[in-house]
Design a protein around this ligand. Structure first.
Ligand code: SF4
Length: 768
């Protein structure tokens, strides 16, 4: 197969360069880091003390980012698949021309809505992903999805039910809270808030504060906790319902807060009155007295912050779990206060965009679309059918759905059934191997970048990162790829842009005025606005900011919209207008605090008509009441598949899959299967032994790590393993088990479609 895998050329300099500011791109926190380069190598990496939220903090994973930048798997030429399935290199002009023609043909034959878009930004590439909307706009693509649609959409939907709109997303203040609660979350490894390990240790050390962990595993965070509710896998809803029922039964509610800020309390209390606390604790496998103690500790705290994560979002009752988790802080009045939960500002939406109202459903299966995103687990169902509205083509950007979404084989089948698949990525991923064309993107350190994980309160931060290196030869930044595609598709002409080119030469104030007029005159070009900015304002930025900074023009647009949305918050951060904000964003290379809020802003930011929290989520009431008769709790195993597998545990040796080179790991490179000593004995295997793990969808061989951190019957595999990576001779080698060869698209939440990666039935046999 004539694929191109390469080790980027290293130019050796005599000494490493000066420290340059950027960010770690391995999790949503995007800690500020400083890098010294030796040629293209990351010679040294350290935390950036000037970064407004991470303040010099990093975990150990950031220090190995050279394994991403200088991966042997980088692509350096567009690839086109031959009829026999191998790939050949083609030049950029050929690739863009052919891709545009083939997309246009599909659009003209079936309609642009049959072109489905997936991805648009991993943990660090949101700025480039923002330009995918322009290509989609020109093609008429209406449907999209990304990783959030297998993680967070259920929570977003609940936010919408409680607070008025899904964009009323809440965040905890763990640095200042008295009681920190983590549900299905191990922040020691998966982070989720700034300086996570430092904050966890501070809470654990302070006798006046408390740490509560609800998790079937005894994680590093649970080891630090004052209270660990070690629930049976998949029973979080019972534990949460029992805790809520204790709050109600012992009247531990914040009545003053509820009277002022919430509605339908009586209905909720009637529902909670139906919970048999003893029975629910029994089914969750937790001590009732411990649940009561935790409920009382939460109720008497001056402040409580709660973080729910994939442990409950990718498990049975996932959307119901989100409702119940949020009720804990609402019933105790921990909303809109210091140390509690608050609604934050944002620089840009992480949703899927597209057109249509809030009640959209998928074209084939009629599945609910939340924040513009199709449930990731139903994507193959929307392709592998003879339904006339099925998707016919996919554009996939900075994402690897074959590896990351449930049931890898079904995703491969779906991609192979499409008439056209185009992948934009830095590496020849498992998904790229099913594409008709692969377009090589520049790395996240070779272009201006930012993420829209702006999730902090009361001070929210944004970090625009300048490139550390020029683009690797043969690659292009995503904005340039989309610019070329959109032009090839006839999205706009030079004449269209002429008035804005002229205005840009008169300065940004004149440009802002002309731009508003342009939007009024040319609504047809609203779909390509980021590119219009890059084409017209972009060239004027290059002199100020250096080569490749045309992209930053889109950030100018973001500053305008952010200021329109949050003028007071941005002024409180010290920026009188959008231009001042843009100036600070582009000249402060460690990131800035862009908004500052008082706590009562959270109540004002709610979007319910009466500014009251709606405590009862009607669509979840039946599921809540059905818990009473659910025995045993959901899919708890059977004789054929007696174990519950958590497929994708976060460990010190896991990161997101932009680390394709397994040598970044210091240990556990194979990704061991953790199992309880009793289970190991029953299977007849010792620590370091080998087993075959089988689910209804697949089978893998794994090395066992005997560990009493799990309950008997519960086993776990780490996330991110099983990527194929070329060795020095170019032969691809696979380390560890890819978790999604084992998962099923059928096991998913009925409402949000989030797959149950943390709850996969399995059987295990020892192998020689
Ligand atoms: S992995 Fe996350 S917590 Fe660790 S350094 Fe990177 S961004 Fe920070």
């Amino acid at each position: 197969m004539a694929t191109t895998t390469t080790t980027p050329t290293t130019t050796t300099t005599e000494r490493p360069t000066a420290w340059q500011q950027t960010a770690c791109i391995l999790c949503s926190i995007n800690c500020g880091i400083e890098v010294r380069l030796d040629g293209t190598r990351f010679a040294r990496v350290r935390g950036d003390k000037a970064h407004p939220t991470s303040q010099g903090y990093t975990c150990e994973k950031a220090l190995r980012l050279d394994h991403y930048q200088n991966s042997r798997d980088r692509l350096t030429s567009p690839l086109r698949r031959r009829a026999d399935g191998t790939y050949e290199e083609v030049d950029w002009d050929t690739a863009i021309t052919e891709i545009a023609a083939r997309f246009a043909k599909i659009r003209d034959t079936y309609g642009g809505e049959k072109i489905f878009y997936y991805g648009g930004g991993g943990q660090g590439t949101h700025l480039g992903g923002g330009f995918g909307g322009a290509t989609r706009g020109v093609l008429g693509s209406r449907y999209s999805s990304n990783a959030l649609a297998q993680e967070k959409t259920g929570e977003f939907w609940v936010d919408g039910q409680l607070f008025g709109r899904p964009r009323c997303h809440t965040t905890g203040d763990f640095e200042h809270t008295e009681v920190a609660v983590f549900v299905g979350k191990n922040p020691w490894q998966s982070h989720g808030f700034p300086r996570a390990r430092t904050t966890l240790k501070e809470i654990a050390r302070d006798p006046e504060r408390a740490l509560v962990v609800i998790d079937p595993r005894r994680t590093e965070s649970a080891d630090l906790a004052d209270y660990h509710l070690q629930v049976r896998p998949g029973t979080d809803a019972f534990a949460l319902a029992a805790a809520l029922a204790v709050l109600a039964e012992e009247d531990l509610l914040d009545h003053a807060w509820l009277d002022e800020h919430a509605r339908r309390l009586d209905e909720l209390l009637a529902l909670l009155g139906g919970v048999d606390i003893t029975d629910y604790c029994d089914r969750a496998g937790v001590d009732e007295e411990l649940v009561r103690t935790v409920a009382r500790r939460i109720a008497r705290a001056a402040s409580v912050s709660i973080f729910e994560d994939l442990g409950i979002q990718q498990a049975p009752h996932s959307t119901l779990n989100s409702w119940l988790e949020k009720l804990i802080y609402l019933l105790t009045g921990n909303f809109g206060i210091e140390g509690g939960m608050n609604i934050h500002t944002r620089m840009a939406s992480l949703g899927g965009g597209g057109v249509g109202g809030t009640n959209r459903v998928t074209p084939v299966g009629g599945h609910r679309i939340i924040t513009g995103l199709i449930p990731a687990a139903v994507i193959p169902d929307e392709i592998l059918t003879d339904h006339p509205d099925r998707f016919r083509a996919m554009l996939i950007e900075s994402s690897n759905p074959v590896h990351s979404l449930p049931d890898s084989q079904r995703m491969r089948d779906a991609l192979d059934a499409l008439e056209l698949v185009v992948v934009i990525d830095v590496a020849f991923t498992e998904t790229a191997r099913h594409a008709d064309y692969v377009l090589p993107a520049s790395s996240q350190f070779e272009k201006w970048e930012a993420t829209f994980f702006t999730l902090e309160f009361p001070e929210n931060a944004f970090h625009l990162r300048k490139p550390l290196l020029p683009p690797l030869e043969g690659t292009r930044p995503e904005p340039e790829i989309h610019r070329r595609l959109v032009r090839a598709l006839g999205g706009y002409t030079d004449d269209d842009l002429l008035p804005l080119h002229e205005a840009a030469l008169r300065g940004r104030a004149a440009y802002a005025e002309a731009f508003l007029a342009f939007l009024g005159d040319r609504p047809d070009l609203a779909r390509v606005v980021p590119l219009v900015l890059v084409e017209t304002l972009g060239p004027t930025l290059v002199e100020e900011l250096g080569p490749g900074s045309e992209t930053v023009a889109a950030v100018w647009g973001l500053c305008q919209t952010a200021f329109l949305s949050y003028p007071s918050s941005i002024r409180r951060a010290g920026y009188e207008d959008a231009e001042a904000l843009f100036e600070a964003v582009t000249t402060t290379h460690s990131g800035i605090v862009f908004s500052v809020d008082p706590y009562d802003e959270t109540i004002a930011r709610m979007e319910t008509p009466d500014k009251l929290v709606n405590l009862v989520v009607d669509e979840l009431v039946d599921e809540f009441q059905a818990l009473a008769s659910e025995r045993p709790p959901s899919p708890a195993g059977d004789d054929a598949y007696p174990f519950v597998l958590s497929a994708g545990e976060r460990r010190s040796s896991t990161a997101n899959t932009i680390y394709r080179d397994p040598s970044w790991m210091k240990n556990d490179t194979e990704g061991s299967l953790r199992m309880h000593p009793k289970d190991a004995a029953s299977v007849g295997v010792d620590d370091g032994g080998t087993v075959r793990l089988t689910t209804r969808r697949g089978s893998v061989v794994a090395v066992v790590e005997v560990s009493d951190t799990l309950l008997p019957g519960h086993v776990s595999l780490p996330n991110g393993r099983g990527l194929d990576y070329p060795d020095e001779s170019g032969e691809r080698e696979r380390k560890g088990a890819p978790p999604n060869e084992l998962t099923s698209t059928d096991d998913r939440d009925w409402l949000a479609g989030t797959p149950w990666h943390k709850h996969v039935r399995a059987r295990i046999e020892a192998v020689a």
